[in-house]
Ligand binder design. Structure first.
Ligand SMILES: [Zn+2]
Length: 312
């Protein structure tokens, strides 16, 4: 297995959270002047990995100043409460729409049980622990905070979820983009380029808002995106058009398949297959399926929710 920790430039570590499989979900540790900020946290069992990575850098949990989930979906924030228990000096910076779910996760747990089942939730995410309200900073659009002398800026970025923000790191001209700048799995790269797609996860897929959020990010002329799924993506300008187009394509695929269900699963798979073929992907169906299975399931569920909201 490849190392779970990758050292990037300028005091940023990329960690594999171990969620579901290797290479599915990353989180990032930023270290500046002996202080640390954690961007996305993975799930409960990811916390030990984060603490190990800090220890390797000669830091302890008390050196963590900020825990910053990009949004409250559980692959990004499921372990955030547990991490806050360990890092007693840390504040949590979170979208205003996500804050109450971190303080009282009952709704989050109920929603996740509906998707994963109770047993499945315990196995894949673990326990979801509430965060003390006094330690939570609800960060509005434009909110700035500092790790040592390093400035970080929050941008509200709905479209994937209304409780999603991205964080701009001026030093590396990069965004911790969560799911807003899509998913790019290294295994699906072909001809030196990644294959990008939008995770239209339940329950707040909003194509128009998502387009605007991507445009907002690109207006900052970023040099990289720190994707949760998966890893740092250089030259994001090369990917923005495909991401925009595939948001519309998936919405169109859903709209022509009004009843959803297994027909929509087939249509989404066929669409992604065609796009992968066009990009020159040499993987066979079984290999693609291994990588994309979980995403296709969530993409379809999210499109179904979007369809039912449109027709309501
Ligand atoms: Zn998400």
């Amino acid at each position: 297995m490849a190392s779970a920790i990758t050292g990037l430039d300028e005091g940023i570590l990329q960690l594999d959270t171990g969620y579901h499989r290797t290479g599915l979900a990353a989180c990032y540790v930023m270290i500046e002047d002996g202080r640390a900020a954690i961007f996305d946290t993975g799930v409960e069992h990811s916390v030990a990995r984060i603490l190990c990575a800090l220890e390797d850098e000669g830091l302890t949990s008390d050196d963590v100043e900020y825990v910053v989930p990009t949004h409250v979906h559980l692959d990004h924030a499921g372990g955030a409460g547990r991490l806050m228990q360990e890092c007693r000096q840390a504040s949590m910076v979170i979208h205003p729409r996500g804050a109450r779910h971190m303080i009282d996760p009952a709704k989050l747990i109920a929603g996740a049980e509906a998707v994963y089942g109770r047993e499945g939730l315990r196995n894949s995410v673990g326990e979801i622990v509430p965060v003390d309200e006094k330690r939570v900073i609800a960060a509005e659009d434009g909110y700035r905070f500092h790790l040592g002398g390093r400035e970080l800026t929050v941008l509200d970025t709905p479209g994937h979820a209304r409780h999603h923000f991205c964080i701009w790191d001026e030093r590396t001209r990069g965004f911790f983009s969560g799911d807003t700048f899509g998913v790019v799995y290294p295994e699906l790269s072909c001809n030196g380029a990644g294959f990008i797609f939008p995770p239209t996860t339940p329950v707040q897929f909003e194509p128009e808002a998502w387009h605007q959020s991507i445009d907002r990010l690109m207006a900052w002329r970023p040099e990289c995106m720190y994707l949760t799924h998966f890893g740092r993506l250089d030259e994001p300008a090369r990917y923005a058009d495909d991401l925009h187009r595939r948001i519309d394509d998936l919405a169109r695929v859903a709209a022509t398949c009004e009843r959803g269900g297994s027909a929509l699963v087939l249509s989404v798979n066929a669409y992604l297959d065609t796009e992968l073929d066009r990009a020159g992907c040499a993987l066979n169906e079984a290999q693609r399926n291994d990588i994309l299975e979980l995403d296709v399931d969530l993409i379809v569920q999210g499109l179904e929710v979007w369809l039912s909201r449109r027709s309501a």
